[in-house]
Design a protein around this ligand. Structure first.
Ligand code: S3P
Length: 163
């Protein structure tokens, strides 16, 4: 029987890119929690943060996981970088499927997302420092949420799909 495969990790770790390629390879559906929320709210993430605040967005993430629990399995699910921070979400993730943490160094992340304006939490003076601080806080939570950990630095999409 098909299970879900869930990709977690920091922004820019490659969850969506690898997730789409993996879904194609397995013949699974692909779902991204950020896109699920944007569709439901009819608004981009940056505007949801701006108008309704981060807490509102975090509640939507939990809602999305609860909704997915009642859906058919056989999906590759890429989740927003901050979703596993909530303990409740970590429990939901484990019920939802096999959780894979795509682990990237702050340098890799910074190189990939510098200049990006779609991620509200990184619109700061010193994004590299912010990435290091946030990863420091989140690492333990990502590890606790995951069944498997894959390091992504210097690996191609095909290599990660294979792993
Ligand atoms: C966030 C990550 C983003 C998005 C939001 C908050 C975070 O998703 O959910 O901007 O807290 O790390 P990606 O990891 O898909 O960029």
């Amino acid at each position: 029987m098909k299970n879900n495969i869930i990709l977690i990790g920091y922004m820019g770790a490659g969850k969506s890119t690898v997730g789409k390629a993996l879904a194609k390879c397995l013949g699974y559906h692909f779902l991204d929690t950020d896109l699920w929320i944007e569709k439901k709210e009819g608004e981009k993430i940056s505007l949801i943060f701006e108008k309704k605040g981060e807490e509102y967005f975090r509640n939507k993430e939990t809602e999305c996981l609860i909704d997915l629990l009642s859906e058919e399995k056989g999906k590759v699910i890429s989740v927003g970088g901050g979703l596993p921070v909530r303990e409740e979400n970590r429990l939901l993730l484990k019920q939802l499927g096999e959780v894979v943490y795509l682990k990237a160094t702050p340098k890799t992340i910074y190189e990939r997302i510098k200049g990006d304006t779609t991620r509200p939490l990184l619109q700061t003076e010193n994004p590299f420092q912010k990435i290091k601080d946030m990863l420091n806080d989140r690492e333990e939570k990502y590890q606790a949420a995951a069944h498997h950990v894959l390091t992504v630095d210097k690996k191609s999409i095909a290599e990660l799909v294979e792993e």
